[in-house]
Design a protein around this ligand. Structure first.
Ligand code: PRT
Ligand code: ZN
Length: 284
C-alpha cells in the first residue's frame, strides 16, 4: 500500500517540496517530464500537479496528502485538513495602490475597483471589515491593472515587493500571511494515517534540525557555571575536560532565533574557539 502525495510539478514550491522529502530520506525523482513517480525506499507515490489543483485532488482522496501554499488552500476552500506548516514558500497577500496615492486606512477601498487572482480571500477581507468594493478577477499580471485603468487597487501575492515597486505600486495592507503547508484528506484509512504519522515524524525532525545548531566551545573551568547557565542543550550541555588543565570543552544546541545573542553572551562569559555545526536530524 502506498501513501499518495501531491506536490507542485514546477514553480516556486517544487524544489523545496522535493528537497523536504529527500531530507526525510525519501528518494524522489524529479517530476519535470512525469505525472507521477514512486519513491524507492518509502511506500510513497508522488503526483506532480499544478498547485491550484492540489486541494481538489486531496479533497477527493485521489492524493492522500499534499504540499500547497496557504494562499491557494484558503482561496479554494476545499474540505481538507492542515497537518503541518513547512516554513518555506513564504509570501503574503496584500493590497497595493498607485504610488503617491493617499491611502488613509481600509475605508479608502470603499466604492473602489480591486483587481485580484484571489477573489475569495479578497471578498472575505472586505466583508470582515464591512467594506464594499468591486472585485475584478484576473488570472495573471494583476500588477498591471491600475496603470491600464482596469482597477484602483490590486490584491496580490507579494514576497520581496519588487514586482509592485517596478509597476509603480505601493503595498498598503497585508491581508494574509502564507507559507507552504502539508495537507491531508479527511478520508485516510488507518494504514494511510500510520504512513502519514511516520512521514510527519521525519518532517518534524528535519524542521527542528534546520532551526538548531550544534555548538562546541572551550571554556576556562572557573567560567563554566556562567557558561552552562546560558546554554539550554537538549537535556543539559555536555562538558568534557581538555588536555590542558583548567579548561573544558562544552557542547550544546542553540536555536536559530536566539543564536547570535547567545554567542555574544558566551564570548563575554569567557568561551573561546566557538565552533558552530549544522544538525542533520534532531529527534527528541
Ligand atoms: O504552474 P502552477 O499553477 O503550479 O504555479 P503558479 O505559477 O500558480 O505558482 P508559482 O510557482 O508562482 O507559486 C507557487 C506558490 O509559491 C504560491 O501559490 C505561493 O504560495 C508561493 N510563493 C512564494 C509565491 C511567491 N513567494 C511569489 N513571490 N508565489 C508567487 N510569487 C510572485 C508574486 O506574486 C510576484 O508576482 O512572484 C512575483 C515576485 O514577487 P516579489 O514580491 O518578490 O517581486
Ligand atoms: Zn498555480
Amino acid at each position: 500500500m502506498n501513501l499518495k502525495v501531491a506536490i507542485q510539478k514546477s514553480g516556486r514550491l517544487h524544489e523545496d517540496s522535493v528537497a523536504l522529502l529527500n531530507d526525510c530520506g525519501i528518494a524522489v525523482k524529479n517530476g519535470h517530464n512525469h505525472l507521477k513517480s514512486v519513491a524507492d525506499n518509502f511506500p510513497l507515490e508522488v503526483y506532480f500537479l499544478r498547485d491550484d489543483d492540489i486541494p481538489q485532488y486531496v479533497e477527493d482522496n485521489v492524493a492522500h496528502i499534499g504540499i500547497v501554499g496557504e494562499n491557494v488552500l484558503f482561496e479554494k476552500g476545499k474540505s481538507i485538513d492542515v497537518v503541518e506548516q513547512l516554513g518555506f514558500g513564504k509570501c503574503r497577500i496584500s493590497v497595493a495602490v498607485k504610488k503617491g496615492e493617499r491611502y488613509d486606512g481600509m475605508q479608502y477601498l470603499n466604492g473602489k475597483r480591486i483587481a485580484t487572482s484571489y477573489p475569495v480571500i479578497t471578498q472575505k477581507f472586505l466583508d470582515d471589515n464591512k467594506i464594499s468594493a468591486e472585485i475584478h478577477e484576473i488570472s495573471g499580471s494583476v500588477e498591471l491593472a491600475p496603470s491600464i485603468g482596469l482597477a484602483d487597487a490590486v490584491c496580490d501575492l507579494v514576497s520581496s515587493g519588487s514586482t509592485l515597486f517596478m509597476n509603480g505600486l505601493q503595498e498598503v495592507q497585508t491581508i494574509l500571511k502564507s507559507q507552504a503547508v502539508l495537507v491531508k484528506s479527511k478520508q485516510l484509512d488507518p494504514g494511510q494515517q500510520q504512513l502519514l504519522d511516520q512521514l510527519l515524524f521525519r518532517i518534524r525532525a528535519v524542521k527542528k534540525a534546520k532551526n538548531n545548531k550544534y555548538v562546541l566551545m572551550n571554556a576556562p573551568n572557573d567560567a563554566l557555571d556562567k557558561i552552562i547557565a546560558l546554554l539550554p542543550g537538549m537535556k543539559s550541555p555536555t562538558v568534557l575536560p581538555l588536555a590542558e588543565t583548567g579548561w573544558s570543552s562544552v557542547h550544546s544546541v542553540l536555536s536559530e532565533d536566539e543564536f547570535w545573542e547567545k554567542i555574544e553572551a558566551l564570548k563575554n562569559a569567557g568561551a573561546q574557539g566557538i565552533l558552530v555545526v549544522p544538525i542533520e536530524k534532531m529527534i527528541i
